[in-house]
Design a protein around this ligand. Structure first.
Ligand code: PLP
Length: 455
């Protein structure tokens, strides 16, 4: 068998459907609950801010959902994305393990996020929506949706957390280049924003506040919907194009992964790479380990509780059955901004509860150390979020060496780090602080929760 460096799937072999894992899960997710009545919500509760097609996908049990022609056409700008064999990293680690990675940084926005931004903008356009609103923290989701909205002639308002707005001018300018209006949140445009500013005119903002502002705008302006970049079932499903392509690419190599790894914020890139492999576990009796790599400073999967909680800080969203640290939990300001989220998607949470996937937590310094090793061997400079998946792959490769087992590892490299070089500067100058959560910090917000238990 030949050895490959770069495994390219021909464009005509790009998968034409997304995989809906809800068709194959042994235990279905519990239903989302209305934030006020605490009763299961129906489609009509969501129709004020989401298009009907996405609401249908959210609860669908169909195994395959066809990708619309117009969406495939745009995917082809960067898809199929390459899989690489990390020969040089393997050599550095002196491991018998084979390490492969799927690279999603080739998209226009530089991460996996356009995989769902494009279909979300498309379905909204089809249902006559003229404007979308969203929030963004570090700016990755905001830039992906700006790109997608521009292609379908939809106006976009992005509520960007004030600290990021000030620290990441280039992400903001990317969004402007793709035609979006970007506001430093909290703003004076919404009741939620005005309320925060009245209490603290210098509020640095938060993702929770920005979500509240974007949802309020969508709910109150005619012809306007809201769009979310992770956590929800339909978002994770759109990302399965990653794993479906990867299965075909791995088949081309003659190797097949024993271990599949993704970093974890709300679950979209992890679900995207792993759900198609879990499909093989469910339907073909394979036994592939799927590992979610989360930050030790925001360890909802490894240390959180499984129960109902809100998706936002303020408590406006439906209650979702999830692993959570409590919706008021404020993660330490680690550099992987995209992983600073208190909860996890419902599907991933159910899979973890049923022990069908695994989770591991990694400290920031260990991640940057792995990220720099990767950049110095494989060349690509990873996003700080993606370094968590690399740290996990390195750990598993070294374990394989210790045990003398020639494992095959596949991880998702969710994005490049070109707009995050200030994080690397902090690492190189020794200013990157390790945040060790105390038991007290860990339980403080969970104790405050009075949301229903998920049983
Ligand atoms: C947003 C983001 C993440 C985290 O979000 P998930 O929904 O968990 O995938 C990870 N990596 C990159 C590059 C991101 O932009």
């Amino acid at each position: 068998m030949e050895t490959y460096k770069k495994i390219i799937l021909p464009e005509k072999e790009m998968p034409a459907s997304w995989y809906n894992i809800q068709a194959d899960m042994p235990n279905s997710c519990l239903p989302p609950l209305h934030p006020g009545t605490k009763k299961p919500i129906g489609p009509e509760d969501l129709s004020a801010i989401f298009p009907m097609e996405l609401i249908k996908q959210e609860v669908s049990k169909e195994r395959w959902i066809e990708i619309p022609e117009e969406v495939l056409d745009i995917y082809k700008i960067w898809r199929p994305s390459p899989v690489y064999r990390a020969h040089h990293l393997e050599k550095l680690l002196d491991t018998p393990a084979k390490i492969y990675y799927k690279y999603e940084g080739v998209s226009p926005a530089g991460s996996h996020k356009p995989n769902t931004a494009v279909p979300q903008a498309y379905y909204n356009m089809k249902e006559g929506i003229k404007r979308l609103t969203t929030e963004t923290g570090a700016g990755q989701w905001g830039s992906a949706l700006s790109f997608a909205c521009q292609l379908f002639g939809i106006e976009l308002e992005v509520y960007m957390v004030k600290v990021s707005y000030e620290q990441k001018p280039y992400r903001k300018l990317m969004m402007n280049t793709w035609g979006a209006k970007v506001f430093s949140s909290p703003t004076n445009k919404t009741q939620a924003g005005r309320k925060i500013l009245a209490g603290d005119p210098d509020s640095p903002g938060s993702l929770g506040i920005a979500i509240s502002e974007a949802v309020e705008r969508a709910a109150t302006i005619e012809g306007t919907n809201y769009s979310l970049g992770s956590v929800l079932n339909h978002v994770l499903m759109h990302q399965t194009i990653i794993g479906e392509e990867a299965i075909k690419q791995m088949q081309m190599t003659g190797d097949f992964p024993d271990i599949v790894i993704g970093c974890f914020g709300g679950g979209s890139n992890f679900g995207g790479i792993s759900f198609p492999f879990l499909r093989l576990n469910f339907t073909e009796g394979k036994n592939i380990r799927c590992i979610a790599a989360e930050p030790a400073s925001c360890p909802k999967l490894t240390k959180g509780d499984f129960r109902y909680d809100f998706g936002d800080t303020v408590g406006l969203t439906p209650l979702i059955p999830m692993y959570t640290l409590g919706h008021t939990f404020v993660p330490a300001p680690i550099h992987a901004g995209g992983l600073r989220y208190h909860g996890a998607g419902a599907i991933v949470s159910q899979l973890l509860k049923d022990k069908l996937i695994e989770a591991q937590a990694f400290h920031q310094l260990e991640c940057f150390d792995a990220g720099v090793k990767f950049a110095r061997t494989e060349g690509i400079i990873p996003a700080p979020e993606s370094t968590h998946a690399i740290a996990c792959a390195v750990k598993e490769a070294l374990k394989a060496k210790e045990e003398g087992t020639p494992k095959t590892i596949l991880f998702n490299l969710s994005g490049h780090g070109f707009f995050d070089m200030s994080s690397y500067e902090a690492y190189f100058s020794g200013n990157l602080v390790e945040h060790h959560l105390t038991e007290e910090e860990l339980h403080a917000d969970l104790k405050k929760l009075d949301t229903p238990l998920a049983v």
